[in-house]
Design a protein around this ligand. Structure first.
Ligand SMILES: Nc1nc2c(ncn2[C@@H]2O[C@H](COP(=O)(O)OP(=O)(O)OP(=O)(O)O)[C@@H](O)[C@H]2O)c(=O)[nH]1
Ligand SMILES: [Mg+2]
Length: 358
């Protein structure tokens, strides 16, 4: 399945139904009063988060999505029916903008959360409503108002407590597949990972946190090199970053330069993100050249204010300590450690027309 994290989506809520003009025609009551009912409200376009939806793929290249119109009012005091809301399921972590004004309409960060993205038109009042003591036979009724029409822009920002950062090939995907049930592809070439992956990391007891593996970032990414920086948005909400460095077996000590390159790209993308607590992990500690390079790296990083952990995602060495360190950092940040979230059942689509059927 392809991963899509931004779509532009035109939507149109349903128009309100028209109010009716009608009069009672009953035997022995030739001049029965007005009996035209109100039109029903048009359907809203509602976005609802669903944990089973992982990307915005299904919403790509869609023609305008329309909710149904409210029914017209009828004679004999009959109101038109309200139209049902049109519900669009989106991934948890979807941020909704009005694409024309760039206004933020909502940040849907919890499962089952809903947002009325376009409001249905109101039903018009029927002529029943216009009767007054001086005008007992009103001939006027209102038309329904138009449903809101909007072009939405949906942006998905995955929700992960810990975001993985690193150049291609340093072993990010190997690590997440070791620590969680996520199974991204692992291979010995750069840009194996082309889409973000989430994994739930258990801490031994019943606590856990979510980790995101994103495609590797290279020097010049802010100018579009490699896959650019767009995937960084998926770790933008992470409380803690885990920056992985590793030596390619055929190169000399480039660890610190690689670290600084990525840090610079991070600052270009979002200074606040660059300032987020970051643990640095030296991976591939099963290789002797890695161990040889460790002391100098540790010293240089501590000058920059970063702690270094050493591990091997391949052999599992150091992974327990890494998990504990990340758990501690999350707790220090006040980030609750949790069980995987359960979807909540919520019905966002009820029509709240105030009916005064007589
Ligand atoms: N020796 C050794 N090799 C490792 C270790 N961890 C990962 N590798 C290897 O490094 C290569 C790259 O691993 P990946 O997990 O695909 O790296 P990545 O960071 O996800 O790479 P991209 O998705 O391309 O950014 C693979 O050949 C892995 O088998 C390790 O601890 N020791
Ligand atoms: Mg990968």
């Amino acid at each position: 399945m392809r991963f899509v994290d931004e779509v532009v989506l035109p939507v149109k809520a349903g128009d309100g139904g028209n109010g009716a003009v009608a009069f009672r025609r009953e035997k022995f009551r030739p001049k029965g009063g007005p009996s035209g009912g109100d039109g029903g409200h048009g359907g809203d376009v509602v976005l609802v988060t669903d944990q089973n939806v992982g990307t915005l793929l299904d919403l790509q290249h869609r023609p305008i999505i329309r909710a149904v119109r409210g029914e017209d009012g009828r004679g004999s005091d009959c109101h038109g029916k309200c139209a049902e809301s049109l519900v669009i399921r989106v991934p948890v972590g979807t941020i909704v903008f009005d694409n024309d004004t760039n206004d933020l309409l909502g940040d849907l960060a919890t499962p089952g959360q809903s947002l009325i993205a376009a409001a249905g038109g109101r039903g018009g009042r029927g002529n029943m409503r216009f009767a007054t003591p001086t005008n007992r036979t009103p001939r006027q009724a209102e038309p329904g108002t138009a449903g809101q029409e909007r072009t939405l822009r949906l942006e998905l920002k995955l929700l992960a407590d810990v975001g993985l950062l690193g150049l291609p090939n340093v072993g990010k995907s190997t690590l997440i597949s070791r620590l969680s049930a996520a199974r991204p592809k692992v291979a010995d070439y750069p840009f194996t990972t082309l889409v973000p992956n989430l994994g739930v990391v258990r801490l031994g007891d019943d606590r856990s946190f979510v980790m995101a593996d994103i495609p590797g970032i290279i020097r010049g990414a802010s100018e579009g090199a490699g896959l650019g920086l767009r995937f960084l948005r998926h770790v933008q909400r992470s409380a803690v970053l885990l920056h992985i460095v590793a030596l390619p077996a055929d190169l000399e000590d480039t660890l610190l330069r690689d670290f600084d390159d990525l840090s610079a790209e991070l600052v270009r993308f979002d200074e606040q993100l660059a300032a987020r607590p970051r643990l640095v992990a030296l991976n591939k500690a099963d290789l002797s050249e890695t161990l040889a390079a460790e002391p100098a790296l540790r010293e240089a990083l501590s000058e920059r204010g970063f702690e270094l952990v050493v591990l091997s995602a391949a052999t599992g060495q150091g992974l327990g300590a890494l998990r504990d360190a990340l758990g501690r950092m999350l707790v220090e940040r006040g980030q609750p450690l949790h069980e995987p979230m359960q979807p909540e059942d919520e019905n966002p689509g009820s029509c709240e027309q105030d009916r005064t059927d007589q």
